[in-house]
Design a binder for this molecule. Sequence first.
Ligand code: 3HC
Length: 285
Amino acid sequence: MPAVERIAVIGSGTMGSGIAQVSAASGIETILIDTGKAQLEKARNTIDTSLQRMAKKGAITEAQGIETAKRISFTIDITDAEDADLVIEAVFEREDVKREIWQKVDALCKPEAMFASNTSSISITAIAAATKRPELFIGMHFFNPVPVMKLVEVIRGNKTSDATCAKIVQLAKEMGKSPVEVKDYPGFVSNRVLMPLINEAIFAVYEGVATAESVDEVFKLGMAHPMGPLTLADFIGLDVCLNIMEVLQTGFGDPKYRPCPLLKQMVAAGKLGRKSGEGFYKYQG
Ligand code: 3HC
């Protein structure tokens, strides 16, 4: 028996559209929800491009790509989530915004529906507390690009039940992913380790130890990273990196997590990485 039959994904940005794609690719009826039609249209194009790219590489057949696309419906009406067995939220990283959405979703979904947040660092326990079903609430942290990256970090909140965790682990496997279970502490495992690495790489540039290009070369050639830490920071978004460093600093109360002043300054200047056209590197198109 499949873990779930119907998934609603809230938030159609890079992560939400990727999650909807892998959900539909594993045979699940998927609803992608956002507040604006333009955002949903962009998500549809992103998904189509990704599926075409996979078909071209022979990773899937063209027919599979078409079937996957057909399984996704796009809507601006959040009440369309009411029949979902699982709701996955992938909206931007603000606890108050997430809590407000979850309160709404909690009121309209069936009582046995499970809830998952794709938050990169906000406490699952804190978000789950906005609902009346914290035992059915869990973290499902996907990685960008979602269709490619194998990991799903499965985060158990303080009240997440064993049954919820087992179902989500099963679901992640059905999506072709490799789930890794972790507990609910700031940054979980992935961003607790990755972000201080990126932040330290930024300090190296800030202090004039090396250029961004040289720092990246060290990691690509010396540690076989597919992208150096500054290319990766641009890929993730410098605002997201700063936000996660702040969550780590506040959550642990330890000054070792202070964000580099250069990171703060670049974000203040609107240099957010790929999405804004400039970060540590310049991007066109
Ligand atoms: N959809 C489908 N397939 C895609 C894709 C997409 N969006 N993006 C890339 N691919 C496929 C390509 O078709 C290609 O397939 P192939 O191996 O069969 O030929 C493969 O992925 C590699 O892509 P490219 O050849 O275009 O380019 P690269 O070899 O440079 O790989 C990359 C691109 C996969 C992004 C690689 O650079 C990489 O792994 N980078 C690191 C990514 C990473 O660390 N992500 C995690 C970020 S942290 C995060 O998300 C957590 C958050 O909380 C911050």
